[in-house]
Design a protein around this ligand. Structure first.
Ligand code: SF4
Length: 451
């Protein structure tokens, strides 16, 4: 299976036609759950020249259909119009979207100028059904009224209006009413994202919504969307608790141009039932911080028995670029430098069938004995994490040993493979230890097997 195919299996494919560009890290609101609080006034946006290069690239590659300008609050960025015009006038994208808190759209002239410059989609944040609730969350009195005026201004423009609501403890009872507000203002599509704990890992703000409270309210909101004919998308919630709305779950993200350090704090997720649940490729389960606070919810989650073999997830939720043509062209993987780590493995010991590489892991599928196989996995070296073996740069573990083999054959293969990797790991290859679907220590499923 090529890397491209692997990605397509796991995420909503259309998101890979989207590119998010962070142009600004200032904001005129201060949402309690903000996921870039640390970077606000601190991170740098993408320079216009860099975006110009991306535009040129996309004119040739046609990789992205949509560009999404985000931040921070993009409408505060003076050069936003330059970005929008460049995106539109170049013809590099079919859609130009702004992700905004909507406050500056209260200025009808400003909203009209954005549309004139080329924005055809507005993705605005609506977190409460009343000014009191919304403003309490944004911590800016008047922000709700400005947003509503902004939606009214957009109603006079030929643009698509989408809202985003972050589900957390403060608004979890109000979701269905928020749908009504959005619908009343011409919104055709809603995205409901579960709160991502990026910085407050102990949940000192008490924002993480317990499933028992959040999910019935979310289902009611999704019922309301369906009744009103509105499209709905959900993120970061357990699929098994969405009822008839399981198809709304879409955890994919566009490729995102943002300072690297953003990913340091991106939450990790896990589900006890990952290996046995049919939905585990698309469903992330629960964030680690949720598990620490509320437990695994093993009596609440309802795994759908798998009909297909389980393959551990290969990528983080950020999405990642597909393999280049050059990468895909050569070798068993298109990753010759990684294949070289195991070069010369005696054929009677084992054979590399495939190498899959993502941001966090290099995964070697090895065949050995008669019809046996296993996955040898390299992750970034982490002295605090359990590992079968460590090398200069990597923690090595293995999983999915299957087929008929003698334990001596398995041990021999592991020994030969690890020796080669240790001998060739000179620090020139590295993996990212940050963001990814890294599991907490498991209570039930045995994989990944580590010693
Ligand atoms: S059991 Fe786990 S993986 Fe399956 S749908 Fe529920 S939360 Fe997701």
């Amino acid at each position: 299976m090529t890397q491209r195919a692997a990605l397509r299996d796991q995420v909503h494919p259309t998101r890979f036609r989207d590119l998010a560009v962070t142009v600004d890290f200032h904001c005129n609101s201060a949402c309690t759950f903000c996921i870039v609080q640390e970077g606000m006034n601190n991170y740098r946006g993408v320079p216009l020249e860099r975006f110009a290069a991306i535009v040129q690239d996309n004119l040739h590659s046609h990789k992205y259909d949509r560009v999404v300008f985000t931040g921070g609050e993009v409408t505060l960025e003076k050069s936003l119009f330059d970005f929008v015009r460049l995106a539109r006038d170049s013809g590099a994208f079919q859609h130009v979207r702004l992700q905004t808190n909507g406050r500056k759209l209260a200025d009808a002239d400003f909203a009209a100028r954005l549309v004139e410059a080329g924005v055809d989609e507005f993705f605005v944040s609506l977190h409460g059904d009343t000014a009191a609730l919304h403003d309490a969350i944004t911590q800016r009195p008047g922000s709700y009224d400005e947003l509503i005026r902004g939606l009214e201004n957009l109603a006079t423009q030929p643009v698509r209006r989408i809202t985003n609501t972050v589900l957390h403890r403060t608004n979890m009872e109000a979701l269905a009413r928020i749908v009504d507000v959005a619908h009343a203002h011409g919104v055709v599509e809603m995205e409901l994202w579960n709160y991502l704990p990026m910085e407050d890992h102990d949940d000192e703000q008490n924002l993480i919504a317990p499933l028992a409270g959040a999910m019935p309210s979310l289902r009611a909101a999704l019922d309301r969307c369906a009744a009103l004919g509105m499209r709905a998308i959900t993120k970061y919630v357990p699929r098994c608790l969405l009822g008839a709305h399981g198809g709304t779950l879409d955890n994919s993200q566009p490729d995102t141009i943002i300072v690297e350090s953003f990913w340091n704090e991106f939450p990790r997720f896990a589900c006890l039932y990952e290996a046995e649940c049919e939905h585990s490729e698309e469903c992330l389960g629960l964030s680690h911080d949720y598990v620490r606070k509320f437990g695994w919810e093993e009596e609440t989650l309802v795994p759908e028995p798998r009909q297909r073999p389980w393959v551990p997830r290969q990528q983080g939720v950020e999405g990642r670029p597909d393999a280049t043509v050059e990468e895909a062209a050569g070798g068993v993987s298109g990753h010759p430098a990684w294949e070289a780590l195991l070069a010369g493995l005696p054929s009677e010991v084992g054979r590399v069938v495939q190498v899959q590489l993502n941001r966090n892991q290099a995964r070697f599928t090895l065949s050995f004995a008669n019809d046996a196989s296993l996955e040898l996995v390299l992750a970034a070296r982490d002295d605090a994490a359990p590992a079968f073996q460590q090398t200069v740069s990597f923690n090595i573990f293995y999983s999915q040993a299957k087929g008929r083999y003698e334990s001596a054959q398995l041990e021999n293969l592991l020994s030969e493979a690890c020796q080669r990797i240790a001998g060739r790991d000179d620090g020139s290859l590295s993996l990212d230890s940050r963001k990814g679907l890294v599991q907490l220590a498991r209570v039930r499923n045995e994989r990944p097997r580590v010693v």
